[in-house]
Design a protein around this ligand. Structure first.
Ligand code: FAD
Length: 497
């Protein structure tokens, strides 16, 4: 309620926010979580909470009147369709040179992501978070994060026999024939549930193509892990459809937080003001960066340092497809949960997930999301003319990522006598270079904050999400975001409370 006072307010309910809420609550602190998206706990008229990737409806996108599918073409035809404007689950947020996909709702990105839960190779950690002690991460916080998230790996024997991973087995065969290591990628999907889906004994989720707009069954999103644990403490409350618009020092100490309550059309219905002793920015790399850049520029938090908004990267994301020969079908039934990758990080700067194309028909296509060592970094800045925060990324900055991905796929194509698909991202367009799923940075650890996420200049303000990570994690990012949050909140609870 407006006028309330809370000891700890958490902005956002993704990985960073959920870790902070659980650990603070366990330490005896009452926590209020504020989330701009919906709760996603109530079935729609079709009896399901989330809609299917193949039949998007108003639940699929955040305040759009037309879908904006990451894979926006098929056989050269655009596949996007009109929907009604609603506070749906996937935000395709457009900046000048890049579309940044993000989850909206209680659970943040965990609602929409592939659940691939990858701990980076230790030898790569120094480049990911140079100011963090790797021993404590690999001995304590990565294991803690993996346990809290419920990470598991596909049963290799089942992988070898099930129809739904034929596409991944083709991916493995082609990788290995070109001399690249194929590695199993852990995931938070319930692998036993997936086996039962394949056996036909439970309602299908991964095997029904559910992913981008939510999984109704097998995926262990944060709603089922950290957030369930946090609310079970009795100390955590969550306000969905509430958006934080301002944070500023309060006259009596602590911070005044201004929150817009919105309806499912995205309109503000009420504006509330609360006071918080401590505020945790966990609105995601983009959400946290936008708030901090705006609050600094508009005089709400003028003492934030000049690192705020800087060091943003796309985790080197780039997508492509390959056209297989007729004797290499990838299967009409494809699990929407990827489980394998091609590791050419050390030699070529690329780690490629073998991704599904769960269209329900045989496509003879292999599809990949590559994470690359793209060195380009962008910066957020306040635009007083529009009253919005801009990001100066340019589409041409993806070229290093394409070059790195080509170290894998040019070689495979030459070995297999195959070619790139040109019909998945436009008419005759090979590379999906217009987007990222993995925004990182904007309030980098040890630069905009101290080495534990405390914002410089404002005691009691913390960053605890993907904004802390300087642009790249060498693999999919959420395990690292979770582990870093576990590390930082432990220190904050021990020394600041
Ligand atoms: P988020 O999870 O983004 O959470 C931030 C939350 O804050 C959101 O719920 C948002 O609605 C809310 N918020 C923002 N601004 C405000 C505000 N002003 N007021 C209130 N609330 C606000 N990563 C992997 O590791 N493996 C994968 O397989 C994978 N697949 C992905 C697939 C897709 C389609 C996408 C989009 C992402 C994927 N990711 C994957 C990335 C991963 O989901 C993100 O890195 C992760 O969710 C970021 O965590 P976070 O805590 O930084 O923020």
């Amino acid at each position: 309620a407006s006028g309330a006072h809370v000891p700890a307010l958490v902005i956002g309910t993704g990985y960073g926010g959920s870790v902070a809420a659980l650990r603070l609550a366990q330490a005896g602190v009452d926590v209020h979580m504020v989330e701009m998206g919906m709760a996603w706990d109530t079935p729609g008229s079709d009896g399901k909470i989330f809609c299917n990737t193949l039949s998007p409806d108003n639940r699929s996108y955040w305040l759009r009147t037309r879908t904006k599918a990451p894979l926006n073409y098929f056989l050269g035809f655009p596949i996007d369709r009109d929907i009604s404007r609603y506070t749906g689950i996937l935000d395709a947020e457009e900046f000048s040179g890049i579309t940044v996909y993000q989850g909206r709702g209680v659970g943040g990105g965990s609602l929409v992501n592939g659940g691939m839960a990858v701990t980076p190779k230790r030898e790569n950690f120094g480049a990911i978070l140079p100011t963090v002690n790797p021993d404590e991460m690999y001995d304590i916080y990565y294991p803690r994060a993996n346990a809290g998230l419920g990470v598991g790996t596909v049963d290799p024997a089942w992988f070898d026999s099930t129809d739904c991973y034929q596409y991944a087995r083709v991916g493995r065969k082609h990788a290995q024939r070109s001399g690249f290591p194929f590695v199993f990628v852990p995931d938070v999907y319930d692998w036993d549930y997936m086996k039962q889906e394949a056996a036909g004994t439970v309602t299908k989720s991964a095997l029904a193509g559910e992913i981008l707009y939510g999984n109704n069954y097998g995926k262990k999103s944060l709603q089922k892990t950290y957030i369930a644990q946090a609310t079970a403490t009795g100390r955590v409350t969550i306000s969905p459809l509430h958006k934080v618009v301002s944070v500023a020092p309060a006259s009596g100490g602590g911070y005044t937080v201004v929150i817009d309550q919105i309806n499912t059309s995205g309109e503000t219905t009420t504006t509330k003001t609360v006071t918080a002793d401590r505020v945790f920015f966990a609105a995601g790399s983009v959400g946290t960066s936008k708030l901090l850049v705006k609050l600094k520029a508009t005089g709400m938090l003028p003492n934030l340092n000049n690192e705020v908004g800087k060091g943003w990267g796309d985790n080197g994301n780039v997508m492509c497809g390959r056209a297989n020969h007729i004797w290499d079908p990838t299967g009409s039934l494809q699990s929407s949960i990827p489980c394998g990758g091609i590791d050419n990080w050390a030699a070529g700067g690329a780690f490629a997930e073998v991704a599904p194309l769960p269209t329900g028909i045989e496509t003879f296509a292999s599809f990949y999301l590559s994470i690359t060592k793209n060195p380009n970094r962008a910066e957020f800045s306040w635009n007083p003319a529009t009253g919005k925060v801009d990001l100066n990324w340019q589409q041409s900055w993806k070229q290093p990522a394409i070059d790195m991905a080509k170290t894998i796929f040019d070689k495979i194509n030459s070995k297999e006598g195959t070619i790139y698909r040109t019909d998945l991202f436009g008419v005759y367009k090979i590379w999906g270079d217009h987007l990222t799923y993995h925004p990182l940075g904007g309030a980098v650890l040890g630069k905009a904050t101290d080495n534990y996420g405390r914002l410089v200049g404002y005691p009691g303000l913390y960053v605890i999400d993907g904004a802390l990570i300087p642009g790249n994690t060498s693999v999919n990012p959420f395990v690292t975001i979770t582990a870093l949050a576990e590390r930082n909140i432990e220190k904050i609870i021990a020394t600041d409370l």
